[in-house]
Design a binder for this molecule. Structure first.
Ligand code: BTN
Length: 271
């Protein structure tokens, strides 16, 4: 039974370490059985001086959270992890990090697991219209300077979405799509490898064409969406991106650009 299998396949930390091909992400790695949120552990460790690139992974979270304070269902079998980043040069790109993180999830799912995964602004990974993963960026300032940023990545890997109830209409999982479990010890290193290259490319020291990748993996364009910002409520169709942190929405009044950091809520139409 699939439900029992998810409980049996516990994450193997040493396999993850062996398969990591990164230079700095995950060199300090902490795997825990259960926690409230991996972002909280990463923040506490960051305040204690943990290094840039720290990765915290949990088998399950008791109160995982998504963007805008929404709860994030995080049972055993999923991939729930946080990455700590410190270099100030990336902080100029803070508003791009949700999409850049989503690209690092969607690319290996598409290329190595043959799943039709796409990125949906501002931070979703979707298959069709159903969400399979998401990214939560939380940053801490010291005075006027940013001290660190934490990227929380959630992927519904070996999770049975039929059992999720309220979100089963809008969510999916690798298990549901492939009909079998994914080896998380392969998927996690693949995602962290892409994440590192994406980060380096933002800073100019690697050459991933992030905007090109976004064009290839985009799942937002043409979707009907309702967006609320502090100044406006828009309803329309996603038209195109402007860079990695701004989107253009086509409404009855024409094209309106929206900055990712101004967004209070985003709701895509579900069939
Ligand atoms: C979203 O789509 O709203 C973002 C979801 C982010 C979930 C991940 S799971 C690991 C990390 N810990 C959390 O509490 N949230 C993020």
């Amino acid at each position: 039974m699939v439900g029992l299998l998810t409980l049996e396949s516990k994450l193997c930390e040493s396999l993850i370490r062996q398969r990591l091909k990164t230079c700095w992400i995950g060199k300090t790695l902490k795997v825990v059985d259960e926690c409230v949120s991996t972002n909280d552990i990463a923040r506490i460790m960051a305040e204690d001086g943990a290094p840039h690139g720290l990765v915290v992974i949990a088998e399950s979270q008791t109160a995982g959270r998504g963007r805008l304070g929404r709860p994030w269902f995080s049972p055993k079998g999923g991939i729930w992890l946080s990455i700590l980043t410190r270099p100030p040069k990336w902080f100029h790109f803070l508003d791009s990090l949700p999409l850049v993180g989503a690209l690092a999830i969607a690319k290996p799912l598409a290329e190595q697991w043959n799943i039709d995964a796409k990125v949906r602004w501002p931070n979703d990974v979707v298959v069709g219209r159903r969400k399979i993963g998401g990214v939560l960026v939380e940053a801490k300032a010291r005075g006027n300077e940013l001290d660190f940023a934490i990227l929380g990545l959630g992927i519904n890997a070996n999770v049975e979405t039929s059992k999720i109830g309220a979100i089963s209409r809008t969510a999916t999982s690798v298990l549901s799509i492939l009909g079998k479990e994914v080896k998380r010890e392969d998927l996690i290193p693949a995602i962290l490898f892409e994440m590192e290259r994406n980060f380096e490319s933002l800073g100019g020291s690697a050459d991933v064409d992030l905007e090109g990748l976004l064009t290839n993996l985009d799942g937002s364009r043409g979707s009907r969406v309702k967006v609320r910002t502090s100044g406006a409520e828009l309803e329309g169709v996603v038209d195109s991106y402007e860079g990695l942190s701004r989107i253009r929405i086509l409404t009855w009044d024409g094209i309106t650009p929206v900055e990712t950091n101004a967004v209070l809520s985003v709701d895509y139409q579900v069939d």
